[in-house]
Design a protein around this ligand. Structure first.
Ligand SMILES: *Cc1c(COP(=O)(O)O)cnc(C)c1O
Length: 385
């Protein structure tokens, strides 16, 4: 890859070749690394690296996407720029006025817009170490300075976060449950975080995995988004709804926040098929229930199987999401486990790039996949020395 040529270098070069110069803060970004689906030699593997739904997608959503049932619409026409039907459906399900909902091309678009609307050069954007890697990209993209709060045994620590707030802080991102750790900040802690922030600081609660929580475990973020001026909640259809490929996210918060995001989002940011599929997926709550139950059962079983390898230095961190982060501190390293699982046909997520070379994140798959993964981990741990 060629280095950009700064104007001064170009001027002094005998051959004057001018090239566009990227902004420093953009050049400092490390691109997001997506979960892989093939091994190093290109073989296709069972993908447990991107937290997708092992049950696939609701059949109703698949039908809507193909133009049966309600129909996805005429592709020669632009889609509804305001996703009216989908926002009405979300509003009805979550008891939120549709005017307070903004759609995004995945929640990724909304996380970036939140940073861009409320932070810029000279401002700080705060998030935890071992948080979602998009937050750092979103902070840098708008020229703001990322500030990283230390964790407490991989989980968010409210006091540490509040201690990192300065007069320059503009946005705080927190995923709850968090990715890649699976940790969860209970309602009282989230309320304390919000109460400790000055009113001009935007608290973005990324609830990509909220639907996996039991109903009584609600972190209270949606209620905060509806009752305060500085909380934005983001949600996605990529995880429990099984629509990662259609790129549908949404956010809710005070009308003034939603207004700003609407000004800068892509005007036609949800395709026809995305809107149709997401609306049908919303109507299939039995699929969501089945996905939640399957995840809870398999995550519980898998965490117990990994926990039984504690004498080999494997520790499953507590998870409220659809994956488990495993810490390796014995003879079997996370890297060796990653490679050993790949040899047996499973791609998982090893995270040295996120400061976690000692950890593997494994998405909860089908019962038979998880049995197999647990068995491979046991074999690898027993063989390691
Ligand atoms: C997967 C994930 C998302 C979802 O991103 P989309 O752009 O909606 O697919 C958002 N936040 C976190 C923490 C995630 O893990």
């Amino acid at each position: 890859m060629a280095d950009p040529v700064s104007p001064s270098v170009a001027d002094s070069a005998s051959e004057s070749r001018l090239r566009p110069v990227p902004k420093d803060w953009i050049a400092a970004i490390h691109a997001y690394v997506p979960g892989k689906s093939t091994g190093t030699d290109g073989q296709s593997l069972i993908k447990l690296s991107a937290n997708e739904n092992p049950l696939g997608t609701s059949l109703l959503a698949l039908a809507a996407r193909l133009g049966q049932g309600q129909g996805a619409g005429d592709p020669a026409r632009y889609p509804d720029p305001e996703s009216h039907a989908l926002r009405a459906g979300l509003g009805a399900l979550h008891k939120i006025a549709p005017a307070r909902i903004v759609m995004g091309t995945g929640s990724d678009e909304l996380l970036n817009l939140a940073a861009q609307a409320f932070a810029g050069p000279g401002d700080e954007v705060l998030f935890v170490r071992y948080g979602f890697s998009v937050y750092e990209i979103a902070s840098r993209r708008c020229g703001a300075t990322p500030v990283i709060a230390l964790d407490r045994d991989y989980a968010a620590d409210v006091d540490v976060l509040l201690g990192c707030v300065t007069p320059r802080t503009r946005v705080v991102f927190i995923a709850n449950p968090n990715n890649p750790t699976g940790s969860f900040l209970p309602r009282a802690d989230l309320a304390r975080l919000h109460a400790g922030l000055p009113g001009h600081v935007l608290l973005v609660v990324d609830q990509a995995y909220a639907e996996y929580l039991e109903a009584d475990a609600d972190d209270g973020a949606l209620a905060l988004a509806l009752s305060t001026d500085n909380v934005l909640v983001t949600r996605t259809f990529s995880k429990i709804y099984g629509l990662a490929g259609e790129r549908v996210g949404w956010a809710t918060g005070a009308p003034a926040l939603i207004d700003m995001l609407n000004r800068i989002r892509g005007p036609f940011n949800l395709t026809l098929t995305a809107q149709a599929a997401a609306l049908a997926a919303l109507d299939d709550q039995p699929f969501v229930e089945a996905s939640r139950a399957q995840n809870l059962a398999e995550r519980t079983r898998f965490a117990a199987a990994v926990g039984a390898l504690g004498n080999h230095g494997l520790r499953p961190l507590p998870s409220e999401a659809n994956f488990v982060l495993i810490e390796f501190s014995g003879a079997l390293t996370a890297e060796a486990a990653y490679k050993g699982l790949m040899d047996q046909g499973f791609i998982t997520r090893w995270l040295p790039g996120q400061g976690l070379p000692q950890c593997l994140r494994i998405t909860i798959g089908t019962a038979s996949d998880m049995d197999r993964v647990a068995a491979v981990l046991r074999q690898l741990a027993e063989a390691a020395r």
